[in-house]
Write a protein that binds this ligand. Structure first.
Ligand code: HEM
Length: 326
């Protein structure tokens, strides 16, 4: 249907598939998530052909809002529906059916569990004091988990062309409006890297633009991660806490643990810098004037913002390195 730009067939299938409020009431939580994932393939497809499903099927609003409420998420698919909760292989839900779309989904699907583990470790780091063995161990495991983002980007750079993304896939991720509210598509920008940044450096060493971006991304994420956002967005970052502790250790053992935390923190920031370097190359190519169809990314940010986040990540990494060396 997408290949043929068959808007009336897309609209017909969607209209027939939308469950009533009564039926949604019988769904389990996984069934609600699955319904949102599948129905939104039609919402994004119609949007790609210039049609708002909510204008042509007014009854749709109630069902999507209900599915959103049941799952405590926005009334649209998120990056999690489109990747982690999308089965690989024959049953994979795809907008284009193209191998490059599969590769992009696969890379995100592969890295989110590691990032989720890093967020869990982050919770304990938030409680622990730099200078304790638990803090040093936690940061070491967090640094190793977030390397998954860099690996995912290496795969995408090798397997997906910027032109495929810009021309074939990006149009399916365009914003939609439901009952006057704007919702973004399933952008990779919404994976929990923003939370890890807030924990590591961005809560008190970021920028106004990145803070605003994180706030917006938080609304598109999982309920538990919205709680983490509320806890971490304004708390002192690990960069601030570890660099302060570097000068104030009370014993040689404590000094050693602080050094170990600082080394893992630097490694984590280096890994994020490496991810962002590769990612920026891809984003620049996909959003250069001759190629792009849209000025902004599907996550609502610009390529300039990506450059700013990269610079800040690098600066914080260097700062931790110099503080640890003194
Ligand atoms: C063809 C591939 C890609 C392009 C053209 C692209 C482009 C962009 C753009 C323009 C942004 C700015 C914010 C926005 O989305 O509106 C962005 C943000 C972001 N993207 Fe991508 N992206 C791609 C693939 C990926 C992949 C595979 C991942 C993760 C594995 C990813 C993760 C992120 C993250 C976490 C952000 C938030 C900013 C940051 O953390 O630096 N992107 N991307």
């Amino acid at each position: 249907m997408n290949e043929a730009a068959d808007v009336s067939a897309l609209a017909q299938v969607l209209a027939q598939a939308i469950p009533s409020a009564e039926t949604i009431g019988t769904f389990s939580l996984p069934e609600c998530l699955a319904a949102m994932r599948d129905l939104c393939m039609y919402i994004g497809s119609l949007k790609r052909h210039g049609v708002s499903a909510f204008d042509i099927i007014p009854d749709a609003t109630v069902s999507f809002e209900l599915l959103g409420r049941r799952t405590h998420m926005i009334p649209r698919e998120t990056v999690y529906h489109y990747t982690c909760w999308n089965p690989a292989g024959e049953r994979e839900r795809l907008y284009t059916g193209h191998q490059m779309e599969r590769s992009l989904i696969d890379s995100v699907r592969a890295c989110v569990p590691d990032l989720a583990r890093a967020v869990e470790v982050g919770r304990s780091l938030h409680e622990e004091r730099p200078g304790s063995p638990a803090h040093a161990d936690g940061l070491a495991s967090l640094a190793s988990d977030i390397a998954a983002a860099d690996r995912a980007m290496t795969d995408v750079s090798a397997e997906v062309t910027p032109e495929f993304f810009a021309h074939k896939l990006r149009p399916f991720f365009e914003d939609i409006h439901i009952a006057g509210h704007r919702y973004m598509g399933p952008a990779a920008a919404h994976i929990p890297l923003f939370l890890i940044d807030l924990l590591l450096w961005a809560s008190d060493r970021g920028s106004r633009a990145y803070s605003a971006f994180c706030r917006e991304v938080a609304s598109q994420t999982l309920p538990d991660w919205r709680d983490r956002y509320a806890e971490w967005a304004n708390a002192p970052s690990l960069t601030s806490r570890v660099t302060a502790a570097l000068g104030g250790a009370r014993s040689p053992a404590e000094a050693e643990y602080v050094q170990s935390s600082a080394e893992s923190l630097r490694q984590a920031l280096r890994s994020l810098t490496s991810f962002r370097g590769k990612h920026l190359v891809m984003a620049r190519r996909a959003y250069r004037t001759e190629v792009r169809l849209y000025e902004l990314g599907s996550g609502g940010g610009s390529v300039d913002l990506l450059q700013e986040i990269l610079t800040l990540t690098k600066q914080n990494g260097s700062m931790v390195g110099s503080a640890a060396a003194n």
